[in-house]
Design a binder for this molecule. Structure first.
Ligand SMILES: Nc1ncnc2c1ncn2[C@@H]1O[C@H](COP(=O)(O)OP(=O)(O)OP(=O)(O)O)[C@@H](O)[C@H]1O
Length: 243
């Protein structure tokens, strides 16, 4: 449903992405991993149409994306960032905002929002103002706001990295269950291999703006890889996810 061929991205003199070939099938959960500054967020921005590549081809839903992305295609994606970007209104209003913009009838908005508040365990916070939420609650609201739109592709850029360990773990488990039951298609950027192991089918390792390896988390960890990938994966090999 989403493919990127030979993507290059340069800002000024800095080459950020080089020769990226990426594909995402319906229902697939793909993780982008790699050292700091390797281009993970940049690739996510290009795949989610927030930035345009310097060269290369992108196809989404069978259509070539060049120039301005049509609104009907843009509305098929949702993005969740590390810092939940919430409006300073109630949690309910935050989650309802995207549906209102899309002209969804009021009678439909109420049950859809309530359903997602409930699934993310924040129904009791619906009247609370966004600024009064804890980090974990705010990220739950931010995820509910994305899921309520029923996007064709969900992009998650380090959604847990601002959270403390227990908050992160409980949200990761809830998100894993929601991704599984909704068969969502998603791309996740994370530094934490536990997120990748728990939430994705395939991990793409970026090093210096290039794809250095890809495969299931198990394949990556248990089959020989190029030296730069092995070096990067070493930390994760020595910190396995508890079973
Ligand atoms: N708009 C921009 N203009 C110039 N340089 C940029 C821009 N965006 C990103 N970069 C640079 O491109 C490189 C890749 O950045 P990016 O944020 O994509 O990496 P990352 O893998 O997501 O890093 P991290 O793990 O630290 O979040 C970095 O050196 C960054 O400074």
């Amino acid at each position: 449903m989403l493919t990127a061929q030979d993507i290059h991205w340069q800002q000024g003199d800095k080459v950020i992405l080089q020769g990226i070939d990426f594909h995402l099938k319906k229902g697939e959960l793909v993780g982008l991993v790699g050292p700091n500054g390797s281009g993970k967020s940049s690739l996510l921005k290009i795949l989610s149409f927030l930035e345009r590549p310097s060269s290369g081809l992108i196809h989404f839903q069978g259509k070539s994306i060049a120039g301005k992305v049509p609104l009907n295609l843009r509305r098929q994606i949702a993005i969740v960032f590390q810092e939940p970007l919430l409006f300073n209104t109630s949690v309910f209003e935050n989650v309802a905002a995207g549906l209102k913009i899309r002209g969804v009838p009021k009678r439909e908005i109420q049950p859809r929002v309530k359903n997602w508040l409930d699934r993310f365990g924040i129904a009791h916070l619906e009247k609370q103002y966004a600024r009064s939420l804890s980090g974990g609650e705010a990220q739950r609201a931010s995820l509910a706001r994305a899921f309520v739109l029923e996007p064709e592709v969900l992009f998650l850029d380090e959604p847990f990295s601002a959270l403390d360990a227990p908050t992160k773990e409980s949200l990761r488990e809830d998100l894993a269950e929601i991704l599984r039951t909704t068969e969502t298609t998603a791309v996740l950027v994370s530094h934490d291999f536990r997120d990748i192991e728990r939430l994705t089918h395939r991990a793409v390792v970026l090093i210096n703006g290039q794809i250095a390896a890809q495969g299931s988390p198990t394949e990556l960890l248990h089959t020989p890889q190029p030296e730069n990938v092995t070096k990067f994966l070493t930390h994760w090999r020595t910190h396995p996810i508890p079973s």
